[in-house]
Structures are given as structure tokens and as C-alpha cells.
Write a protein that binds this ligand. Structure first.
Ligand SMILES: [Mg+2]
Length: 275
């Protein structure tokens, strides 16, 4: 065998060993990143990440990075446009098939603004430090959203919240959204109890796999649901209880994909992407 060919074989073996790993634990050779995007050709064509952080702070009307959202910020202006469109839509929208009309809202950066945590963590999410913000109920309302949800409720809409936050964070999340005297009380309407005397309370947090309700098992089998599966299966379940989700509000595309809502409203979030 020619020398060059043998060395290439050795190299191939080396690469294979690296991919498979010592001890034979298979690493997915075809692993893909969660976010599919372009590959920039040059560094100059990428916004420098420190500059980008400053641009995001400017967008939130907070150039000195205090963590407070400016009332006249472009973020607030952009929100106002979306909220105005949503309010006009909700006034005229009707529930289908004789069902009760409802709206459904995500929590982080849809009802509660986590910009203060981005500043605190310098956009470096960490479950432990984020968990402290959740437990201490530190998040203010997304500007304009309390008014919108209250208008919807006054117009007869039932109110549901659906979040990727874990079940262990449910009590603190409800307290931050509504009022419990701990940390921030955003004064959103209480969630609608969808099933009367049943186990559900209208604020849906993500259960551990072992505690999946039947509708998540039906969708995802023995596996953990993806965000899109978890959220769309939960919406479908809510609709099966006699509600029509007329509008679904989220800051992530994964909040809005998968159906079981008449219309989705995408709120701005330049800080993170959840597939
Ligand atoms: Mg969110």
C-alpha cells in the first residue's frame, strides 16, 4: 500500500476514534447545531458581540446598561405597534365552533421582561442565576402587555399562560405574573381554570418527563417533547377542553409553530433564540 494512502487511513481512524470517543460511547456523527444559520465569510461582516450588546441595550432605551427598560425606547415603540394590532384583532375576532374564546401567552419576554437578567448576566444564561431571578420574582411586565391582557379579559376572553419554565417554578411565576406580595407583582389577570375541579390551573409549566400528562405522552411517546411539541400539544389540549385559542403570544418562533391557535403574535427578542 502506498505510504500516502496508509497515512490517510490512519488519519481517518484517528478522526473516527475522536468522533466515537474512547470507550465506544457514540457521538452523533451527524450532529447539527440547534440553530441553523449562515456562515459569515469574513469577521467584518459579523457584528462584534460587544458592539451588539451595546446595540441591544440602546434598543431597550438603556445605553448605560442599568437593566431598566426605557419608556421611550425603540423596544417599547415596537411593542406598541404589535399590541395595537393585537387589540384591534381581538375586538373583532370570534371563537369557532361555539367554543369559548381564549388567548394564550408565553411568560419570558412575552408577559414578563427578562432584559434585567440579560444585563445582570451579560447575556450569558445560567440556570442557577436565572432561577434566582425567577424565585425572587424580579421580572417587570413587558410594557403594554398587562393592559392588553386586561382588555382581552374585559372583552370575555379566557386567559392561559404557557411557559417553558419548569413545574418547580410555577408558584413563583404565578406570583410574579399576578400578585402575591413577593418581588414584582405585575398584576396580570389570574389564569382561567380550564377544567373546573380538574388538576389544571391555566398556567402551564413544563413537567418532568416522568410527570407528563397523557396529552404529552400521546405526542412525544417515551421521549422528552421539543419546545414546539410541548407548546403545540398543550394548546391542542386546551382547545379540546372547549376553548378556541384566538390569539397566541410569544417572543420565540417555537412559541408560535405547530398550530392550535387562530393567530400568532411575535414579540421582539433580540437577546436569545430558543429552537
Ligand atoms: Mg418567551
Amino acid at each position: 500500500m502506498p505510504r500516502i494512502r496508509r497515512s490517510r487511513l490512519a488519519l481517518t481512524a484517528l478522526v473516527t476514534a475522536a468522533l466515537v470517543g474512547v470507550g465506544g460511547a457514540a457521538v452523533a456523527v451527524n450532529a447539527q447545531p440547534a440553530i441553523h444559520t449562515k456562515t459569515p465569510r469574513t469577521a467584518e461582516s459579523i457584528t462584534n458581540i460587544d458592539v451588539l450588546r451595546q446595540q441591544i441595550a440602546n434598543y431597550y432605551g438603556d445605553p448605560l446598561k442599568t437593566g431598566e427598560i426605557g419608556a421611550r425606547s425603540n423596544y417599547v415603540k415596537e411593542l406598541r405597534g404589535i399590541e395595537t394590532r393585537a387589540a384591534r384583532y381581538l375586538v373583532h375576532a370570534k371563537a369557532h365552533h361555539g367554543k369559548k374564546k381564549a388567548i394564550l401567552l408565553d411568560v419570558d419576554d412575552t408577559t414578563l421582561a427578562t432584559y434585567n437578567y440579560e444585563i445582570d448576566s451579560n447575556w450569558d444564561y445560567d440556570p442557577a442565576s436565572n432561577g434566582e431571578f425567577v424565585t425572587d420574582q424580579k421580572f417587570p411586565a413587558v410594557p403594554g402587555m398587562v393592559k392588553l391582557v386586561r382588555l382581552a379579559k374585559a372583552d370575555g376572553y379566557k386567559i392561559f399562560y404557557l411557559t417553558g419554565r419548569g413545574a418547580a417554578q410555577e408558584e413563583a411565576t404565578l406570583g410574579n405574573l399576578t400578585q402575591d406580595g413577593v418581588g414584582v407583582d405585575a398584576h396580570y389577570p389570574q389564569p382561567t381554570d380550564p377544567d373546573g375541579a380538574g388538576p389544571e390551573d391555566g398556567l402551564y409549566t413544563k413537567p418532568d418527563l416522568a410527570a407528563y400528562p397523557q396529552y404529552l405522552k400521546d405526542r412525544c411517546g417515551d421521549d422528552k417533547c421539543t419546545t414546539i411539541e410541548y407548546k403545540s400539544a398543550t394548546r391542542k389540549h386546551i382547545e379540546s377542553l372547549g376553548y378556541d385559542i384566538v390569539a397566541n403570544f410569544g417572543d420565540q418562533y417555537s412559541d408560535l409553530k405547530g398550530g392550535a391557535a387562530d393567530r400568532g403574535f411575535k414579540l421582539p427578542n433580540p437577546s436569545y433564540y430558543l429552537p
